[in-house]
Unconditional design. Structure first.
Length: 337
């Protein structure tokens, strides 16, 4: 089979490697489509210590939809030809390999495969392309869940990548009222508007003034502000947390889902008197997989339109470079023969 092997910064080789041999309790899956994650781009552009635990000389990729190609003789839960989503945390039986399950290989061995644990069946009403977005959508769903949305609450999401968009859709699914997505890329904001969301181009527009017009007004410790119950950072910009601290209304929440290693200082007295909350959200849980499947099955949003580019496995390096251009691409996928 073909497999993309990571050899370091801006160095990937597509190799012919032996097809994995499966044991009596294992399943072999063949990938249909795989998405490129922001962490894949980071590790390609900057080196092995900047993304998931991707090792030099190892396979990588983790956002994929696949089909059962073979099953071990003891496997009764799965049938050849069944379409499945490999759950990255458990797919390889090693949570340290959640980012390197082999999404950029033609086949993946799933040891000791278990339904609704390492592999989830994908409903026939979900298209192949939409299904390859399940993994990043579970991350966004987790961020929305952690924010604790209630009926008629308002939210601003910063960052219009796949996870930011997934967070906004999940917030609506959980009952939120008004949502505004913010980004510097007009290319991405245009796609977001086609999904039906309000947007703000923070490179050209004043977020605070736009937010007050759209959400209405509320009180903060610093005066009148926008009536936003939660701000979600899906971009990693260092400007967003200070914006929340200065303009967030009383009892508002800030949720960080972006990968950002910056050390921050916080005015804890302000947080105390304003009764604000700062929440972290990383990864996903099985309940997020189930909710994402429901969201995708409902077809209330044309999720597939966030895919802007499609490449073959042999074109993976070009695909990674394309995915890193936020002004010309949103979600980039790899199609397997």
């Amino acid at each position: 089979m073909k497999s993309a092997i990571y050899l370091g910064k801006e160095n990937i080789e597509i190799r012919s490697v032996p097809l994995p041999e499966i044991g009596e309790n294992d399943v072999l899956i063949r990938n249909i489509y795989s998405c490129i994650c922001g962490t894949d781009v980071a590790v390609y552009q900057q080196g092995a210590e900047t993304g998931h635990r991707i090792t030099i000389g190892g396979e990588f990729g983790h956002e994929t939809v696949s089909r059962i190609a073979a099953v071990g003789k003891n496997v009764t839960d799965f049938t050849v030809g069944e379409r499945v989503y490999p759950y990255p945390r458990y797919a390889k039986g090693d949570t340290r390999r959640a980012g390197t399950i082999g999404g950029f290989s033609e086949y993946i061995k799933i040891p000791n495969a278990k339904r609704n644990y390492s592999l989830y069946s994908v409903d026939s009403q979900i298209s192949d392309k939409t299904a390859c977005l399940i993994e990043p959508f579970t991350v966004g769903c987790r961020a929305a869940r952690r924010t604790g949305p209630k009926e008629s609450e308002n939210f601003a999401v910063f960052g219009c990548g796949t996870i930011g968009i997934a967070t906004a859709i999940a917030l609506k699914y959980f009952g939120a009222d008004k949502i505004m997505l913010c980004d510097l890329s007009e290319f991405r904001l245009k796609i977001v508007r086609q999904l039906g969301f309000q947007t703000c181009n923070t490179a050209e527009e004043n977020f605070c003034e736009n937010a007050k017009k759209y959400f209405g007004e509320a009180y903060s410790l610093n005066g009148i502000t926008a009536d936003i119950d939660g701000i979600i950072d899906a971009s990693g910009s260092e400007e967003i947390l200070p914006l929340f601290m200065k303009y967030g209304k009383v009892e508002s929440r800030f949720t960080s889902v972006a990968v950002n290693k910056a050390i921050r200082k916080l005015d804890l007295l302000h947080l105390t008197f304003a009764q604000k909350s700062i929440i972290g959200s990383g990864g996903y849980m099985p309940e997020d997989v189930r909710d994402v499947m429901k969201i995708m099955k409902s077809r209330n949003w044309d999720i597939e339109q966030i895919i802007t580019h499609e490449f073959s496995l042999d074109e993976l390096e070009e695909a990674l470079r394309t995915a890193g251009d936020t002004n010309a691409a949103l979600n980039v996928i790899i199609k397997f023969e």
